[in-house]
Design a protein around this ligand. Structure first.
Ligand code: S3P
Length: 444
């Protein structure tokens, strides 16, 4: 992405948001569908793929590793995979742009193949920690040949010729880390086990099952899981239907809650319980969100969500809920700014290592626009007011979710809110501006 030219955008308060919309496909599931398709011999298909820049980088990387991926004129992606351990060494570095999920999952998949690959990304991704995935993968036999300081990108990895299964107790609640180990474990003989103290999104486990792998997930402790994968499975090509991304739906949803008179229907939003912490929290705050037509769509639960403008009140959000809403804190903080009373969000340490330091960026965004915010240790405390001043320009730090959260804030604040750069929205939510305008939002 060309970061030299910034594309600012301004959100202004206007009439209510109304109508129906379907946000693009889930980002987590989209990455996984492409990678598992690439690891499976035969033709797999993906319908509803998120065609955002993050996922397109993963598609390009899978091609560079030897898989064939084509988008049909019908919008269906067809993947001819090379099989577990079947990657070929790419000719040049694999560029993952802004995407932590893409690069960490691909590092895991490459770690189990006898190839050497270089991984890189944009300035934001180059700041993010990769050691967390490299540590277990080295134990499985992969070798890091080159890396930037602190185990960061750019790095070069030599996959294991004979990968070893491990039992890995994850030190951080990270679905990317869990997934990297499981993807490497596909190529190892015997059982690879990941133990997580806090259950994180389980799309990799579900999709591995969908592609025919033997994988068992059992409760571990109070809130954790013990996941065991049988290595070297005969993966079967599969058809994947990608539901709408609840993390993207969060933006029009919070906008509808805080813009008076709004009434929206968001269609076919994935409601996997490991992704819906935001919805639980907003309901506790008094949000009117109705789940309609709940159904199963390709192994994931989905629902149409009807949202109407609501009077919100502050709540305490427990740390234990963080893994199920880790990407949603910036927009929850915006909702909290309009709520009566104080919202305390606990245990946000992982927010510091996202596309930006999201804890700092969220607090800065709100403060610049007249909202009272405190950070105490790993907690963020927002004191809400019925009227938020707005009027500031927000620095988005190459972070799509900060950009969209700030625009949502501007739809309900007294003065317009401008963001310095809207370009990164396309990493996860292509068509965001058009979709929001279609619902009545004033973005220009
Ligand atoms: C993701 C996991 C989360 C999340 C990211 C997507 C995934 O990251 O923030 O947007 O698809 O596995 P962590 O694993 O770092 O928590």
């Amino acid at each position: 992405m060309d970061t030299a030219v910034l594309t600012p955008l301004t959100a202004r308060r206007g009439g209510p948001l109304q109508g129906r919309a379907r946000v693009p496909g889930d980002k987590s599931i989209s990455h996984r569908a492409l990678i598992l398709g690439a690891l499976t011999v035969g033709e797999s298909t993906v319908a509803g793929l998120l065609e955002g820049e993050d996922v397109l980088h993963t598609a390009q990387a899978m091609r560079a590793l030897g898989a064939r991926l084509e988008r049909g004129t019908d919008g269906i992606w067809r993947i001819h995979g090379v099989g577990v351990g079947g990657f070929t060494s790419p000719a040049g570095p694999l560029d993952f742009g802004n995407s932590g999920t893409g690069v960490r999952l691909a590092i895991g998949a490459v770690a189990g193949a006898p190839v050497t690959a270089a991984f890189d990304g944009d300035a934001s991704l180059r700041k993010r920690p990769m050691r967390r995935v490299l540590d277990p993968l080295e134990r499985m036999g992969a070798r890091v040949i080159e890396q930037a300081e602190g185990g960061r990108l750019p790095l070069t990895l030599q996959g294991a010729r004979d990968p070893m299964p491990i039992v890995y107790e994850s030190p951080v609640p990270s679905a990317q880390l869990k997934s990297a180990v499981l993807l490497a474990g596909l190529a190892a003989p015997g059982e690879t086990t990941v133990i997580e103290a806090e259950a994180t999104r389980d799309h990799t486990e579900r999709m591995l099952k969908h592609f025919g792998a033997k994988i068992v997930s059992k409760p571990h402790g109070e809130r954790g899981r013990r996941i065991t994968l049988q290595g070297q499975p005969e993966l079967e090509p599969a058809n994947v239907v990608v539901p709408a991304d609840p993390s993207s739906a969060a933006f029009p949803l919070v906008a509808a809650l805080i813009v008076p008179g709004s009434d929206l229907m968001l269609e076919a939003v994935m409601t996997n319980p490991l992704r819906t912490g935001l919805y639980t929290t907003l309901r506790e705050m008094g949000a009117k969100i109705e789940s309609l037509a709940t159904r199963d769509d390709g192994g994931e639960e989905v629902a149409d969500l009807r949202v109407t403008a609501s009077a919100l009140k502050g709540v305490e959000v427990p740390a234990a809920r963080a893994p199920s809403m880790i990407d949603e804190y910036p927009v929850l903080a915006v909702a909290a700014a309009f709520a009566e009373g104080t919202t305390r969000m606990r245990g946000l340490q992982e927010l510091r290592v996202k596309e930006s330091d999201r804890l700092a960026a969220t607090a800065d965004m709100l403060r610049a626009n007249g909202v009272e915010v405190a950070i105490e240790g790993d907690d963020m405390i927002v004191t809400g007011k019925p009227a938020v001043a707005g009027g500031a320009e927000v620095l988005t730090h190459m972070d799509h979710r900060i950009a969209m959260s700030a625009l949502v804030l501007g739809l309900a604040s007294e003065q317009p809110v401008r963001i310095d750069d809207s370009a990164f929205i396309a990493t996860s939510f292509p068509g965001f501006v058009e979709l929001m305008r279609g619902l009545g939002a004033d973005l220009a």
